[in-house]
Design a protein around this ligand. Structure first.
Ligand code: ZN
Length: 200
């Protein structure tokens, strides 16, 4: 994370997986708390977990700037959004690539962030799914129609080669994991490739 920060990363994105909502297990609130202490960048926590309503306050307390959860993971979306906001974090919502956007769009006015998944959640290193650009553009159009300023985050398979198209489709934040951390030329070179592709 320090390498990414010194190379000019704008945010830190933390993928929290619970082994239930997705078949993989990653970090918990303690990791978020430790990351929060180690950086001044916004910490964007993406919860790929069941029953997010039981957990969002712990991530807000750990210092998450944004707490994003999945629309599929709880029937109580608006209530969970409100819980995040009341605890002092900025609420975000996302949906799996095969979930109709109609489940996301009615909540846009409640959110500070909307995340478009461009891979199936659960594992790093996957290829950007075709069809994701159309979903980004549809969410961008809905935000603009509503005069809404929520961040539009795109997460999954974003690389220097496709980031320009994702940006032009309407993303305001690009999440990159493998493309940054597994670049053979190193983290700083990877971030420079993104900056170059996106232009001045
Ligand atoms: Zn993520």
């Amino acid at each position: 994370m320090a390498a990414a920060e010194s190379a000019g990363a704008d945010w830190v994105h933390v993928d929290v997986m619970d082994g239930h909502f997705v078949p993989n297990l990653t970090f918990g609130p303690k990791m978020v708390k430790d990351l929060r202490r180690a950086t001044t960048l916004p910490v964007d926590v993406h919860l790929m977990i069941e029953r997010p309503e039981d957990w969002v306050e712990r991530y807000a307390d750990a210092g998450a700037t944004y707490v994003t959860f999945h629309v599929e993971a709880t029937p109580r979306v608006s209530w969970t959004v409100e819980k995040i906001r009341r605890r002092g974090a900025r609420p975000g919502l996302t949906a799996n690539p095969d979930t109709p956007l109609e489940r996301l769009l009615p909540h846009l006015g409640e959110l500070e962030l909307v995340l478009v998944m461009s891979v199936q959640p659960g594992f790093g290193g996957q290829a950007f799914l075709p069809g994701s650009l159309e979903r980004v553009a549809a969410v961008r159009a809905a935000l603009d129609r509503g005069g809404l300023a929520a961040e539009l985050v795109v997460d999954g398979g974003v690389k220097p080669e496709n980031c320009r198209a994702v940006w032009e489709a309407g993303a305001s934040v690009l999440v990159a994991g493998s493309a940054v951390y597994l670049d053979p030329e190193g983290t700083a070179a990877a971030i420079a490739k993104f900056r170059k592709a996106l232009g001045p």
